[in-house]
Design a binder for this molecule. Structure first.
Ligand SMILES: [Zn+2]
Ligand SMILES: [Zn+2]
Length: 128
């Protein structure tokens, strides 16, 4: 594997040291806190490149991408459209059903993402 630039290594470190799902702005803010000044366009390119190399995972939301550590075990996501909260889940029944759907069509799965959009428990309670 080619060596990462210092900038990309700094981005990777931030993501690897947390369980969060980061967007580019949050990563840029964190870099700034650590005294590392990288333009937002460079952060975007760095995140995309790290995901391309499989060093981080990307999740495509409606409006933007978020990124997380690549070494978590497989999971899917619930996304709150009100507060942006992201919860993780893994249901073996769903995983099995997906394999079944693919097998019925002679399809070889290379990966999948399941995103459930809606209101988290807190936002649901706050609805009037
Ligand atoms: Zn919420
Ligand atoms: Zn996740």
């Amino acid at each position: 594997m080619q060596k990462l630039t210092a900038q990309r290594q700094a981005i990777l470190d931030i993501i690897n040291r947390s369980d969060k799902h980061w967007d580019a702005d949050e990563v840029a803010f964190k870099l700034k806190e650590k005294g590392i000044s990288i333009g937002i366009a460079t952060v975007y390119r760095g995140l995309a490149a790290l995901a391309e190399q499989g060093l981080i995972e990307s999740i495509q939301l409606a409006d933007k991408k978020r990124y997380e550590r690549a070494d978590k075990s497989h999971h899917d996501h619930l996304i709150c459209t009100e507060c942006g909260a992201i919860e993780e889940f893994c249901k073996p029944e769903i995983e099995t059903l997906q394999d079944k759907v693919a097998a019925e069509r002679g399809f070889k799965i290379q990966g999948h993402q399941l995103l459930l959009f809606g209101l988290c428990i807190g936002c649901k309670a706050g609805e009037s």
